[in-house]
Design a protein around this ligand. Structure first.
Ligand SMILES: Cc1cc2nc3c(=O)[nH]c(=O)nc-3n(C[C@H](O)[C@H](O)[C@H](O)COP(=O)(O)OP(=O)(O)OC[C@H]3O[C@@H](n4cnc5c(N)ncnc54)[C@H](O)[C@@H]3O)c2cc1C
Length: 487
């Protein structure tokens, strides 16, 4: 079996297939496995966000009686820490590939037929080709070639204009930084840079930041983070930019007719975080007969199979949400189906990606996490829900931590057919460590739990996770940590 791309999708597929007894080769153009997530995505961003969160936390400590003084940032050392984290995990992946006897081939892969991939060998830290080529034959293939950041065509080619990969290089801390796009990636990087000393502006076409999450949760995040921003420009688009000696001058326009836009501004650093585009058009997939959409996605069925029955695709390249945990689960499905088919194991061959929900997390401060149906979606779709909302102002642990701004919200089916015992349909949290806790709500949705199931599950006290049990009790009407809701 051949896997094209060594990101979280690719290496998980390769490892699962190897564990099931297949002979596996991964083709990856970069020097290490791990893809965007490990090398320039989830992991380095979280290594830096952790440092930022500690710095922010420590800055409040003086009010509690312990003053650590002003932080002194050694940016080279900080960058070194981030690189060490990546190195440790990349080393672990390489060792795991070796122990599983998965062959890793370094190079840029392109299909030359339905059962053949040509690999142009690459060297160095990037993807320089040295002219050496080889063709690998495969019985089955999984395409896991991921995605890359969208670049606005009018942005000047200038080191002061970066995408998330450039921002993670952390060359220096700008005085004024513009984040283009108010999504999770931009806001996470903005958090890091602002804690290190940058003043932020953000420009977003839509009418709110962090689209996808409920507005009441985002509002709490925004209130806590207002101090980081000079300007939050909503319903505004960026129309041009030019490189000047003093900085990058960016011009804005209203996103809607009749709107207004601020005057042009000059920035020391501009982060383009306007989305990611799949790599589907760069693989000569048509030579294998694999259909690629105009936007570069590869459509798959519930077993992750493309239009060519022996070729599968997983991860960012098959569609939204572009998240590592989605890629890993899809990877296991594809590997199991292939192993099942090759080995005549019907149970494995019937594997399918049928997760009910995929959680999303913004690892900002506070974190915002949500899964399943949101309240805004329920309203828009006319779905009747019963809400259990637990404010962390009533959480002993949140108060003890000095961080009681959070909220935990659960939504239960309140349709007449549910007869007052509706199953959980969704949930969201804003608060410290929300991302670490959202998995419990995902599990509850997968298991079809109702408010009694969650509320009667004993959560340890005092924890932030307790707020999930209490939100369920609120929906059920049995919470004694808040006053009863008026009937
Ligand atoms: C800054 C940032 C932060 C993020 N944070 C999170 C997070 O906190 N949580 C989360 O779930 N997700 C996060 N993501 C998204 C996450 O990184 C992706 O969803 C995930 O990496 C997708 O995995 P993948 O295996 O589909 O593709 P990728 O990780 O993109 O891997 C694809 C691999 O294929 C290789 N490749 C592509 N074409 C070829 C070719 N022709 N030949 C050889 N090799 C090729 C690439 O070099 C790459 O290594 C973040 C992304 C960014 C940019």
């Amino acid at each position: 079996m051949l896997v094209l791309g060594g990101g979280p999708g690719g290496y998980s597929a390769a490892f699962r297939a190897a564990d099931l007894g297949l002979n596996v080769v991964i083709v990856e153009r970069y020097a290490t496995l791990g893809g965007v997530c490990l090398n320039v995505g989830c992991i380095p961003s979280k290594a830096l966000l952790h440092v930022a969160a500690v710095m922010d936390e420590v800055s409040h400590m003086a009010d509690l009686g312990v003053d650590f003084g002003k932080p002194v940032v050694n940016i080279d050392k900080l960058r070194g820490h981030k690189e060490k984290v990546i190195g440790k995990l990349a080393g672990g992946l390489a060792a795991m590939a070796k122990m599983r006897k998965v062959t890793t081939v370094r190079g840029l892969g392109q299909f030359v037929g339905a059962h053949h991939l040509e690999v142009s060998e690459t060297t160095g830290t990037a993807q320089e080709q040295n002219g050496s080529k080889k063709v690998i034959a495969f019985k089955r293939a999984i395409i896991a070639a991921g995605s890359q950041a969208v670049r606005l065509p009018f942005m000047p080619n200038d080191p002061r204009v970066v995408d998330s990969t450039g921002a993670l290089e952390l060359k220096e801390v700008p005085k004024r930084m513009l984040i283009l796009g108010g999504g999770i990636i931009g806001l996470e990087m903005g958090t890091v840079y602002s804690t290190l000393g940058a003043r932020l502006d953000v420009v977003e076409m839509m009418d709110g930041l962090m689209q996808g999450a409920d507005r009441d949760l985002v509002k709490i995040w925004q209130k806590m983070n207002a101090k980081r921003f000079d300007n939050i420009m909503l319903k505004t688009k960026t129309v041009s930019a030019r490189a000047l000696p003093e900085g990058i001058e960016v011009t804005f326009a209203p996103a809607e007719e009749g709107g207004t836009a601020p005057a042009p501004q000059v920035y020391d650093l501009v982060l383009q975080a306007v989305g990611r585009t799949p790599n589907g058009k760069k693989l000569a997939a048509e030579k294998a007969g694999v259909a690629v959409t105009d936007r570069g996605f590869i459509n798959v069925d519930i077993q992750m199979r493309t239009n060519v029955p022996h070729i599968f695709a997983i991860g960012d390249i098959v569609g939204q949400p572009m998240l590592a945990h989605k890629a890993v689960h899809e990877a296991h499905v594809a590997a199991e189906v292939i192993a099942g088919e090759l080995q005549g194991n019907k149970e494995l061959a019937a594997a399918a990606f049928n997760a009910r929900v995929i959680p999303s997390v913004a690892y900002t401060d506070p974190e915002v996490a949500w899964v399943g149906l949101t309240e805004d979606q329920a309203k828009a779709q006319g779905i009747k829900v019963k809400k259990g909302l637990f404010p962390w102002t009533a959480s002993g642990r949140a108060i003890a931590n000095g961080r009681d701004e959070g909220v935990t919200k659960l939504l239960f089916d309140d349709s007449p057919e549910a007869h007052g015992h509706g199953k959980i349909l969704g949930g969201g949290m804003v608060g410290t460590h929300a991302g670490d806790m959202i998995g419990e709500i995902a599990l509850a949705i997968e298991m079809g739990a109702d408010a009694v199931d969650i509320g009667k599950t004993i959560h340890p006290h005092p924890t932030l996770g307790e707020s999930i049990g209490m939100a369920a009790e609120v929906a059920h009407g049995s919470c004694t940590d808040l006053l009863p809701s008026k009937k």
